[in-house]
Ligand binder design. Structure first.
Ligand SMILES: Cc1ncc(COP(=O)(O)O)c(C=O)c1O
Length: 414
């Protein structure tokens, strides 16, 4: 087991040059796609040290995205729960309403550098799709977004936003018609036009270099949050936590804290139970396996085929997870916990009512963990990455749960 003291030189050594974090990661692809991903790797390794690229990305983050996003102290919510203080890193205030734009603008800039004409991606909740469509509009590129038919219905406001931004939204109509199927379809689309397009995977998953590249672009979250938290309180938080779908907002938040004496918790969706097809908790219930060109923890059947997954949060229902998470869990540096649909929805309503912030259902999972933790503590602090805002979810939540009185009552009666 490793402690924070073992992580001083971590970023220099992980991943290795084949894209492995320990035994997880890699570039496991049909031979015809290998040159395309190698081209992306070479280009990224070159530009990530290039002063013009770094300065341009800094300018975009400040002037276009509105970074740095603030850290916010939830005073009313914390005092409702007890003495432990909850803080939020407000990625919901990043332009387009979620953390996804952090890597999309980097990937768009990389596409320009490579002379590509089109950005291709999948999306679950639609946040990555909106962020990529935004990047495409900003850089003057075409954009194809693949999205499961089920998610198209559930996240309709984001579908409209993508179309307004000029993207083609292409439905994935096979299987469960959610995120995994959207990734399958996007890979197929990319295979047909990789000379002119670049595949911008929506999370810290996929073949090398994406888990590394997405992590690097997202690490701005934790770098900012650590300094902001220290400026506000003079110390570090006791715990940082974030919701884990594919793992991009969480790895971006966690990286800066790996070498600090801080507990780190990734929160997975337990959905409606621990049976097959009832959750999407790949770290908790998965085994090592291969999906979409990389090796990681995978919810799989006895033949290695991905199992059906479910979460109320469209952005969390993926049967695998970024390989770096699998590695950091094996090291014992990050702990993975689960939160059910109901707990996430309760957190959604509590933050809305007590702080005036409507969170994305994905982010509500991390918040629900913080709420449970705070109820059992007499002191300390927990910093939550509020990965996105909940505007995309309000129609769905309102239809299913109204304005949440039942959840709020249940909570205040506890
Ligand atoms: C707001 C928000 N948070 C979290 C996630 C989960 O993705 P990841 O684990 O890559 O951060 C998503 C995915 O769509 C999202 O939209």
């Amino acid at each position: 087991m490793k402690t924070y003291r073992d992580f001083d030189n971590y970023l220099k050594n992980f991943p290795d040059d084949k894209g492995y974090f320990g035994e997880y990661g890699g570039m496991i692809l049909p031979p015809e796609l290998v040159p395309a991903f190698e081209e992306i790797t070479q280009a990224y390794l070159e530009i990530c040290h290039n002063a013009r690229f770094i300065n341009e990305l800094r300018r975009i983050r400040k002037e276009f995205q509105g970074r740095p996003t603030p850290v916010y102290h939830c005073e009313r919510l914390s005092s409702l729960l007890g003495k432990c203080q909850i803080y939020l890193k407000r990625e919901d205030l990043n332009h387009t309403g979620a953390h996804k734009l952090n890597h999309c603008m980097g990937e768009g800039l990389l596409a320009k550098f490579l002379g590509k004409k089109k950005l291709i991606a999948e999306t679950g909740a639609g946040q990555h799709g909106v962020a990529l469509a935004t990047a495409a509009a900003y850089f003057g590129l075409e954009c194809d977004i693949y999205m499961g038919e089920v998610d198209i219905k559930k996240q309709y406001p984001n579908v409209v936003r993508m179309k307004m931004l000029g993207a083609n939204v292409i439905p994935a109509t096979h299987g469960l018609k959610t995120l995994k199927e959207a990734v399958d379809a996007a890979f197929e689309g990319y295979l047909k036009e990789y000379d002119d397009a670049i595949y911008c995977i929506g999370s810290a998953v996929g073949p090398h270099p994406f888990p590394m590249m997405v992590r690097d672009f997202q690490s701005v979250i934790g770098i900012e949050a650590k300094e902001q938290f220290k400026d506000m309180t003079g110390i570090l938080p006791d715990i940082v936590c974030a919701a884990v779908g594919g793992g991009s907002n969480s790895i971006g938040m966690f990286e800066a804290f790996l070498s600090e004496p801080v507990d780190i918790v990734g929160v997975e969706p337990l959905g409606i139970g621990n049976g097959i097809g009832e959750h999407a908790a790949s770290m908790k219930f998965g085994k090592k396996g291969i999906l979409h060109g990389f090796e990681s923890m995978l919810l799989q059947d006895e033949n290695g085929e991905p199992l059906p997954v479910y979460s109320i949060a469209s952005g969390l229902d993926y049967p695998s997870v970024g390989p770096e998470h699998a590695y950091l869990s094996d090291c014992g540096r990050i702990k993975y916990e689960t939160v059910s649909d109901e707990e996430a929805i309760q957190a959604f309503f509590l933050l809305s009512r007590y702080e005036g912030i409507i969170p994305a259902i994905e982010s509500s999972h991390a918040l629900a963990y913080a709420i449970k933790h705070a109820q059992n503590q007499n002191s300390g602090s927990i910093l939550v990455n509020l990965s996105g805002r909940g505007d995309k979810d309000i129609d769905f939540v309102y239809e299913k749960y109204g304005t949440g009185e039942q959840f709020l009552e249940e909570f205040t009666n506890q």
